[in-house]
Design a protein around this ligand. Structure first.
Ligand code: NAP
Length: 219
């Protein structure tokens, strides 16, 4: 039995909700603190919930061992590139800065397959930029997870995601190594991989591509 504490951002989302529930079930963590903008209908003796305004982050609350950042939106939901950037770049960076300053040991960040700060695609460029912006911050370890299309029970219908999953499933059906990282992946597996990686206690920066996430999360 360990007594680590975990902080989770994005716990109302697909990956983040799996993170929160798996962390609550884990014997490695005695305290799980979630930060959401809307109420999370979950209660558990190990769980502390903070309903927050992400534009006015209270840095003093961001204290713990391992921080799981699963925030994200879509361009359609955000409504503009600026609003998208706020959720996928500004918020994670501000959270990471506060976490680094308070001595959080491990920062676990979900970005995306194809993240690249020089990409012509705004989504992938933003994901790549946030990775680069967080890399210089001081953590025992920065663990970056780049999943392919996420599968799971999402209440909201996302046409692009559905098309992406179907297309990528077909394209990656052949056993070609170079295509493995594009295979759609279950959100629950991403969460399992993040929690497994956090237990390794490694130092430095490590990027997990989607096929590595699949292997690690399936152990
Ligand atoms: N979907 C895919 O196929 C896919 C593929 C590769 C990578 N990714 C990336 O993987 C990560 C997790 O994806 P996901 O599908 O689990 O995400 P998700 O289900 O859309 O959840 C996103 C989380 O971010 C929060 N959030 C969104 N906008 C916010 C705002 N303005 N202020 C505060 N919180 C906000 C959401 O809170 P609310 O519930 O309050 O909205 C939710 O908790 C994201 O970074 C995503 O870009 C996704």
């Amino acid at each position: 039995m360990n007594s680590k504490s975990a902080l989770v951002f994005g716990a109302t989302g697909l990956v983040g909700s799996h993170c929160a529930s798996q962390l609550l079930a884990s014997n490695d963590y005695s305290s799980i603190v979630v930060f959401t903008r809307s109420p999370l209908p979950l209660s558990h003796p190990k769980l502390t919930k903070h309903l927050i305004d992400f534009n006015k982050l209270d840095d003093s609350l961001i204290r713990g061992d391992d921080l799981f950042c699963c925030l994200g939106t879509t361009m359609r939901k955000a409504g503009s590139p600026e609003a998208f950037e706020k959720v996928d770049f500004t918020y994670p960076l501000e959270i990471a800065r506060a976490a680094s300053a308070s001595g959080v040991k491990q920062f676990l960040l979900v970005t995306s397959v194809g993240s690249d700060p020089s990409s012509a695609n705004f989504y992938l460029k933003t994901k790549g930029r946030v990775e680069e912006a967080i890399k210089p911050l001081r953590f025992q370890s920065l663990l970056i997870f780049r999943p392919s299309f996420l599968m799971g029970n999402r209440e909201e219908f996302r046409l692009g995601e559905r098309i992406g999953i179907t297309t990528m499933r077909a394209l990656t059906a052949a056993p070609i190594d170079a295509l493995k990282k594009y295979r759609p992946i279950a959100a629950s597996i991403v969460a399992s991989a993040m929690i497994a990686a956090a237990q390794h206690g490694q130092e430095g920066i490590r990027v997990f591509e989607s096929d590595e996430i699949q292997s690690l999360g399936s152990l």
